[in-house]
Write a protein that binds this ligand. Sequence first.
Ligand SMILES: [Zn+2]
Ligand SMILES: [Zn+2]
Ligand SMILES: [Zn+2]
Length: 585
Amino acid sequence: MRIRFLGTGDSAGWPHPFCDCDSCQAVRGTADVRGNTCVLVDDTLLVDLGPDGVRSAARFGIPLSGVRHILLSHAHADHLHPEVFYWRQWAGPRDPVDLVGPPTALQRCAPYHATDSAVRPTPAVPGERLQVGDYAVLPVQATHDADAVLYDITGPDGRTLFYGTDTGLLCEETLAAMTGRAFDVVLLEATFGLERARPSEHLDLVTLASTIEDLRGRGAITEQTMVIAVHLSHRNPPPARLTNELARIGAVVRRDGDVVEVGSSQRSPQWTDQAELDVGSLAARVDETDEQSAQVLQDRRRAAHPQLAGDGDLDRLGRWIASVQGKSTPADFERARAIVVVADHVVAEGVSGSLRSGAQQAADLDAGTDPRCAVAAISGVGIRCEYARAAVGDADVRAALARGLAIADDEVDRGTDLIIATNVGTGATASAAAVVGTLLGLEPTAVTGRGGGIDDAGWMRKVVLVRTLMRRARPSIADPVQLLVHTDAGDIAMIAGVLVGAAARRTPVLLDGVVTIAAALLARELAPEGPGWWLPAHRPADPLADRALGALALEPVVALDLGTAVGALAAVPLLRAAVVGTRAP
Ligand SMILES: [Zn+2]
Ligand SMILES: [Zn+2]
Ligand SMILES: [Zn+2]
């Protein structure tokens, strides 16, 4: 079962269009903007039909032409925009579509599809099972409106989804119907966030917690269930804090546009989006690079130029490219992509010299207004920003690793043959220093650099922070997941996932900057053959970089500090030159 979130917000959406509260300011214009809650299952079953959901499908590149079944929770306008049935008719003759919903919702739709015989309405009655195409659907009573339902949905693969919005505290008959269901995914609303919701209408973070507890007690939610908060409004705290609050009660959030794959599918290797990643299985996925091809290339070059005593750096790069491509005559890179992991650490106060937040930088990179975009254009590199979240617990780190693996997988599926791993954000180098210091058993002062450019007092504060992180992390030196939790390194986890995922798909990576280098050191713990697939683009002037690159025995493309992101982008033409060099007589 594949669940795509077309929307995860409440009726006004988050940010609220007319509000300037902190929660709204934190997300306005970012990837955390949330429209009306609406999900698309397996590209064929659409749950709820608010005005945002249908339109956002287009923004996420999803045609709704494959939709054959529509489930409506109730007739409120953020869940039902009946004009959609006109739009569908205007697109020309369509395949039949099942329309399931409570009677009042069906009545609202009726005038809009009166002339469209392809729409087949079926009333949803709480407790009465329906077969909707290949899906077994059980509507249950919502606590919201006399005529509102929630849905228990079983897919053709046997996977299960509970769609739980809009509702207040669940009534006894609904709880009874959910007992023992052990759902794969449960969506529950958290409309009122930090404020108190009327329990007869909606949930807030407190009543959401008690609902999750109830459902755990009844076996509807188990350790394997992914609980996702939806119908989110600006009454919730800003994203990083919301993630933390939800982690405490065993729930997560997903962004509009996100996809959750439940169970395995045909694509291989398939990384689950759930926090159940088996970290120990990663090592076996990464093979050695092809040293044979590199050797053949070297022998050929030596035979052609017996007068040369040694070889130059371009020859060294050429051999690396031969080893990762598995070709003694390497091909030019056809699609190079920079994966920019974005994270702003809460600890950044006073220890970070970065003037602009990661979110601001990512917005500029996405808009093409960041100067680095011009360098990327010269180098023929596409840019993809991905947001990492705070690593509060084990599940966050596993999810970040899984996300990184999935990003690499997605890029390789799209034809990417060179990945540049980099990051932007405030306070990231303190976590990087703690990871490297812990893994290599070094003093905090030996791995703490000046990050975005801090003064002596700032450096001393940073050393104290690194020392604190290292003290927490040291007992977990043999457990990469716990180590990342204790160093607050959600971004490093995601980058490590990208590095391992790329190596698993035999795709080379250029490492850029100290955070990425720290991620490589950590990723080697997960996949010992990984470093063969990774090459540092340049040498950041930071003690951490020297230590980590020494331990990894990796030589940078150029031994200069070219600056984060710019360095790796500028190194790409050198790699292309090295490819040409391998063909020289
Ligand atoms: Zn609603
Ligand atoms: Zn607001
Ligand atoms: Zn409602």
